[in-house]
Design a protein around this ligand. Structure first.
Ligand code: ADP
Length: 269
């Protein structure tokens, strides 16, 4: 994915300003940054859902504007942040929709499509929910169904907008481990927006830190997740030390009271 000098706007408000970044095939790439930084808008532009006001996005050396909708859906799958709970379909039907970009005009799903849908439901642990309607599920279950649909789509690029936000720790881990496995086995490229800096630290090859629509930093978790950088970008005190098991940066919140004590040099960080 080659993002070159991209600017994005809503009306006359520019929310992404001349962002450039290249994401390699098979990379686990995480976009972080404060609320309103433009992360979701950038992800939407990557999936062809938001027009570019300047610059270019190329996927596999082809401009995104040159892709048909179906071709783009075969190339990338988006797991959005908001999922409509009124979606009037069952879990199995929803996951099977991931096959549409692969079907010819007027053709129906075949055996292989059903097998892929079943496999995706097993991977995300939603098989037991197959006949339930999406509206009858918890937020976390719904999220796993949408991830199953994206996997069923069999595209080589997965775009995920805060995919673990409504998941409990065990499911967060399983989904992240699944992403990691898909990346290694299938050479999938994963682009994920996340507020979970520790998750990003554990899984990302590289991070993009966005602030006010601009690139603050791009680099490995070690390069980006520093106490100085994070505290500056998020406007609060964050403590960064080392994860004792993995050696990766570990980020902890510091309350305002303690931050004030540190400032007055009563506590040393
Ligand atoms: P993030 O994902 O980093 O929280 P977003 O990409 O959602 O940021 O939003 C970036 C900016 O664009 C914010 O200031 C937000 O208020 C604004 N924005 C988001 N969606 C819309 C919209 N549909 N219309 C107008 N402004 C929007």
């Amino acid at each position: 994915i080659d993002i070159r000098d991209v600017s994005l706007r809503y009306g006359d408000r520019q929310v992404i300003k001349r962002v450039s970044v290249q994401i390699e095939q098979g990379e686990f790439f995480v976009i972080i940054g404060p609320n309103g930084a433009g992360k979701t808008t950038l992800l939407k532009a990557l999936s062809g859902l938001h027009p570019l006001s300047a610059g270019d996005i190329e996927i596999r050396q082809k401009a995104i504007a040159g892709y048909s909708r179906k071709e783009l859906a075969r190339t990338l799958a988006l797991v959005p942040q908001q999922i409509n709970a009124d979606f009037p379909f069952t879990v199995a039907e929803t996951v099977l929709m991931g096959r549409y970009p692969h079907l010819g005009l007027l053709s129906v799903e075949g055996r292989e499509d059903l097998r892929l849908a079943e496999q995706a439901m097993e991977l995300t642990e939603v098989s037991h929910l197959a006949s339930r309607r999406l509206g009858q599920l918890s937020g976390g279950e719904r999220q796993r169904v949408i991830i199953a649909r994206a996997i069923c789509q069999q595209s080589k690029i997965l775009l995920l907008d805060e995919p673990t936000a409504s998941l409990d720790p065990a499911h967060q881990l399983r989904i992240m481990d699944l992403m990691e496995r898909l990346r290694q086995q299938e050479q999938l490229t994963i682009v994920m927006v996340s507020h979970d800096l520790n998750l990003a630290s554990t899984y990302a090859d590289r991070l993009l830190l966005l602030k006010d629509g601009e690139v603050e930093q791009i680099g490995t978790p070690r390069q980006v997740l520093t106490q100085e950088q994070l505290s500056k970008s998020y406007g609060c005190t964050l403590l960064v030390d080392e994860n004792p098991l993995l050696g990766t940066p570990r980020v902890s919140l510091v309350s305002e009271k303690i931050a004030a004590a540190i400032k007055s040099e009563k506590v040393e960080l």
